[in-house]
Design a protein around this ligand. Structure first.
Ligand code: ADP
Ligand code: ADP
Length: 231
């Protein structure tokens, strides 16, 4: 589903060159959930940004659904809007929009009609258990509720790939489990693939595989036993 080959990325600073990714290879099968681990500075954000089609400045090749990802910025933006959903540690909801409008936003960007948007958002807000909160703004919601809105926003366009950056870091254990189960259950229903940068064992324990980055190299690809989704 996602494959990257000889992925290399260097940042030029005023003083030196930082080699953030050193010709890494990897692949993620469709429908699986992969955790990306590694210490701070090991290259996780760099890999997420490239695989999330946010950064066209890299050497190497990425294939998404067997198609070579272009480096051209305009094509990349279009592909990203269609195929990638994002979930962040700090939720990154738009503060002036209601929960409903936040979830609707990616569909608006794709030019989907109002009636179709309404149908899809209503279904998704129900799926994350927040139908009653549709008209609330983010500051009127708890952290866990905000992250559930963010999950609905990421999944509403039924993207091929979800990129998540420490999605449970700010959540207590009970809420984290709820969020993880929601991501897995809804993701499986929609056939999404997840690449999740996380140090959270509550999360890595439930992922299908773990990729570990160290100093710009992938050093370990562990296969974890499959955990059933708990209810
Ligand atoms: P992680 O997400 O694992 O903390 P990053 O991908 O953010 O790692 O960083 C990998 C390396 O690249 C680090 O050495 C970091 O300092 C460097 N780096 C990241 N972004 C930039 C940038 N915009 N300019 C210069 N160096 C950067
Ligand atoms: P928009 O739909 O507002 O035009 P984009 O198409 O540029 O946004 O981006 C699509 C998704 O990528 C959005 O969900 C946005 O939150 C996320 N995104 C855009 N730029 C960045 C960035 N620099 N870092 C992290 N996420 C970003």
């Amino acid at each position: 589903m996602l494959r990257f080959e000889e992925l290399t990325k260097s940042y030029c600073t005023a003083h030196n060159q930082v080699h953030a990714l050193k010709s890494v290879q990897g692949h993620i099968e469709k429908g699986t959930t992969v955790a990306l681990c590694g210490p701070s500075g090991s290259g996780k954000s760099t890999l997420l940004n490239i695989c999330g089609l946010l950064d066209p400045e890299y050497q190497g090749k990425i294939y998404l659904d067997n198609e070579l990802v272009p480096h051209n910025k305009k094509a990349l933006t279009q592909l990203r809007r269609e195929k990638i959903g994002f979930i962040f540690q700090r939720y990154n909801l738009i503060p002036v929009m209601t929960a409903f409008e936040n979830i609707e936003y990616p569909l608006l960007m794709l030019g989907i009609s109002k009636s179709e948007r309404y149908k899809r958002v209503a279904k998704m807000i129900e799926a994350v258990g927040l139908a009653k909160f549709a008209k609330q703004r983010p500051d009127q919601l708890s952290g866990g509720q905000q992250q559930r809105v963010a999950i609905a926003r990421a999944l509403v366009k039924e993207p091929a790939l979800i990129i998540a950056d420490e999605p449970t870091a700010n959540l207590d254990t009970e809420t984290a489990h709820l969020v993880i189960d929601l991501m897995r259950t809804l993701g499986k229903q929609l056939g999404c693939t997840f690449l999740i940068a996380t140090h959270d064992h509550r999360m890595t324990d439930r992922c299908d595989r773990i990729l570990t980055l160290s100093d710009g190299n992938i050093v370990e690809q562990t296969t974890t036993p499959l955990h059933p989704v708990s209810h």
